[in-house]
Design a protein around this ligand. Structure first.
Ligand SMILES: Cc1cc2nc3c(=O)[nH]c(=O)nc-3n(C[C@H](O)[C@H](O)[C@H](O)COP(=O)(O)OP(=O)(O)OC[C@H]3O[C@@H](n4cnc5c(N)ncnc54)[C@H](O)[C@@H]3O)c2cc1C
Length: 452
């Protein structure tokens, strides 16, 4: 069959790869001049030898527990996976000392099963038992003093959240917002504002603290079992550009080609781009949901309203050399440095790119380069390298209905237009949900073909 895919984020790339592998003719349309997945990847010249190093923006991470399909896909592409030294520092306002932790947190082994509902498709078994120790110091922070009371308190609250969260997953309904869960179970605002919300808001979910409050508790509790488990955080050593290259092998890629309209006929779909019309057997719209409505101008009202139901927040990411974003004491600099505002409920995370990309050290990139996600203050003049404005889908208790309706749309007979992306699967919109969505749609198209 002849299949068009619109959008070359990880979802569109994965769908292209899977469908071309099963013998279909795939055309991949991307409005930007570069493949979407690696569109913001940057090259920075080393002041030492002029050679350039390559850094992903945003710095995307995964582990084998929460991202099994991503890991499987990357391994099947022969990509080298490397673990990240996930040291973390946390501070609030102008605090001089930062609290430091090392991921993954340590847990004793045991077998318990979580009880996520089948709708969630989240009910993986997790190898988790009694939590013995939670976290360890990455460096001997504050050598003169014993472990701070604050740190001990945070560790005990992480421990409780994880332990109790695992038990509550069996009974919690899908509709309890995360903030309500935290309030009911009396987690302290100090722990939430300085540690928990910054960690979720500027890395895992990249959205405001308010949006984190509204997440369904079950989704975050489930994800936390996997993120804080024994699996190390990883990245693709050669970065997103190589992922993009591998996934587009044998795919006909049309860059700088925004699709202006898609319309389903009886036996085909007509796609309009660069003023021309093309006919396909199937079209996969792998843009974000809020872009999909402008790609399909004549969608039935019901479908348009589902897509419009997915809400988004802007996410700024800046790459810079401004070390005011880092802990004041250099010996507390970690790979991930969280900083919460003391005035409002916002926070940011600054990734120390030289430590994140361990290969930069081989290239003698000695100048510290930082990447800040959701910056809460400006970068000092002259220290900005790159700014990117991204978007992230929001998830709240209304999302269940949208996910269900989307599934229903895809089950319609003679379906030829498909919606695919990280927003489309239940859970946190991550690389994993994008890959899962691409697998689901590719299978659905293959099944349509097999039907007599
Ligand atoms: C700051 C930040 C950090 C993140 N970190 C992580 C992480 O560490 N781990 C993780 O798993 N996830 C992370 N994520 C989430 C993850 O990056 C996304 O979930 C994923 O990249 C979304 O992929 P997608 O293919 O669904 O959509 P997108 O990547 O948004 O792709 C959609 C594509 O469609 C194209 N397009 C739009 N309109 C048209 C048109 N009319 N014609 C043609 N093309 C069009 C766009 O240009 C774009 O390339 C992060 C997200 C952000 C914002």
């Amino acid at each position: 069959m002849k299949i068009a895919i619109i959008g070359s984020g990880i979802a569109g790339l994965t769908a292209s790869h899977l469908l071309q592998k099963t013998g279909h003719e795939v055309h991949l349309f991307e409005s930007q001049t570069k493949i979407g997945m690696s569109a913001h990847t940057i090259d920075i010249a080393s002041p030492h030898n002029g050679l350039s190093v390559c850094g992903d923006v945003p710095s995307r991470m995964f582990n084998g527990a929460l991202w099994p399909s991503v890991l499987e896909l990357y391994q099947s592409l022969g990509l080298k996976i490397t673990t990240i030294d996930a040291t973390q520092s946390y501070r609030r306002g102008d605090e001089i000392s930062a609290l430091q932790f090392q991921m993954p947190f340590q847990w004793t082994n045991g077998i318990l099963k979580t009880a996520g509902s089948s709708l969630l498709a989240l009910a993986h078994s997790v190898g988790v038992g009694e939590a013995a120790s939670v976290g360890s110091l990455s460096r001997d922070f504050g050598k003169q003093r014993p472990i701070s009371e604050q740190r001990a308190k945070f560790l005990s609250e992480i421990n409780r959240l994880r332990d109790q969260g695992l038990r509550d997953l069996r009974t919690l309904g899908p509709d309890m917002p995360f903030q309500e869960y935290l309030d009911r179970n009396r987690f302290s605002s100090e722990f939430c504002d300085t540690f928990l919300f910054p960690a979720l808001s500027s890395t895992v979910c990249t959205c405001s603290h308010e949006a984190i409050s509204n997440y369904p508790a079950v989704i975050l509790l489930e994800a936390m079992q996997h993120i804080t488990g024994a699996q190390p955080l990883c990245r693709v050593e050669q970065g997103a550009r190589l992922v993009s290259e591998r996934l587009t092998e044998n795919v006909n890629v049309k860059l700088a080609t925004p699709v202006r309209d898609v319309e389903q006929g009886r036996d085909s779909v007509t796609l309009t781009a660069t003023g021309k019309r093309f006919a396909y057997d199937h079209v996969i719209i792998a843009t974000q949901a809020n872009q999909a409505a402008s790609v399909c101008l004549r969608l039935p009202d019901f479908e348009a309203s589902i897509l419009k139901g997915f809400q988004y927040e802007d996410v700024d990411v800046v790459v810079h050399t401004d070390d005011r974003f880092m802990p004041l004491r250099k010996n507390q600099w970690s790979v991930f440095n969280f900083s919460a505002s003391s005035q409002n409920h916002e926070s940011m995370c600054t990734v120390w790119m030289n430590q994140f990309h361990t290969n930069w050290q081989d290239e003698a990139m000695t100048q510290p380069i930082f990447q800040t996600i959701r910056p809460i203050h400006d970068v000092e003049s002259g220290k900005m390298i790159r700014k990117a404005k991204l978007q992230r889908p929001l998830v709240d208790c209304r999302s269940w209905n949208l996910w269900q309706q989307l599934r229903k749309i895809h089950r319609q007979p003679n379906r030829r237009i498909w919606f695919c992306g990280s927003y489309a699967m239940p859970g946190i919109p991550l690389l994993e949900s994008a890959v899962e969505s691409a697998k689901e749609i590719s299978n659905a198209i293959s099944n349509v073909q097999e039907q007599p």
